[in-house]
Design a protein around this ligand. Structure first.
Ligand SMILES: Nc1ncnc2c1ncn2[C@@H]1O[C@H](COP(=O)(O)OP(=O)(O)OP(=O)(O)O)[C@@H](O)[C@H]1O
Length: 143
């Protein structure tokens, strides 16, 4: 998910492009201003953290772009593309390492496992994703 700062800073195309170029397949995407309740559900595992109220404020400060990307090892690949939670610890070449500085404005969220991805897909895309064959996959994966 591209967070409100990523949308406002005009980084949607750049971020999508990095996922595409890596070889991942886009199967769902939408622009949305999620409610506080929706985000509290999304980040329910962090509810006891001291930064939780500021996280919810940040995440409701503007629209986000929610996406589902498929591919072999997509969750861990996605996290590599993102960089570390703290942008100052993120290597150049990662999205956070290239475009941001602050943990409270770190541009993008990525599911941390296949299981959390499934939960988040159910939350953000209750009508499911679009299944199709990506023709370039035969050039991305060894045949
Ligand atoms: N110590 C902190 N201070 C301020 N904000 C924080 C802090 N830790 C995490 N956050 C914010 O909460 C988000 C969720 O924290 P989490 O520990 O799940 O990190 P993450 O998995 O890298 O990030 P995300 O879930 O957004 O992909 C972070 O991306 C960041 O925006």
């Amino acid at each position: 998910m591209i967070k409100p700062d990523g949308v406002q800073r005009g980084l949607v195309g750049e971020i999508i492009s990095r996922f595409e170029r890596r070889g991942l397949k886009l199967v769902a995407i939408k622009v949305e201003s999620p409610s506080k309740e929706h985000l509290e559900k999304h980040y329910s595992d962090l509810a006891s953290k001291p930064f939780f109220p500021s996280l919810i404020k940040y995440m409701t400060s503007g629209p986000v772009v929610a996406m589902v990307w498929e591919g072999r090892g997509a969750a861990s690949l996605g996290r590599q593309l993102l960089g570390q939670t703290n942008p100052t610890a993120s290597a150049p070449g990662t999205i956070r390492g290239d475009f941001c500085i602050d943990m409270g404005s770190n541009l993008i969220h990525g599911s941390d496992s296949q299981e959390s991805a499934q939960k988040e897909i159910d939350l953000w895309f209750p009508n499911g994703v679009t299944e199709y064959q990506l023709d370039s996959a035969k050039w991305v994966y060894e045949q």
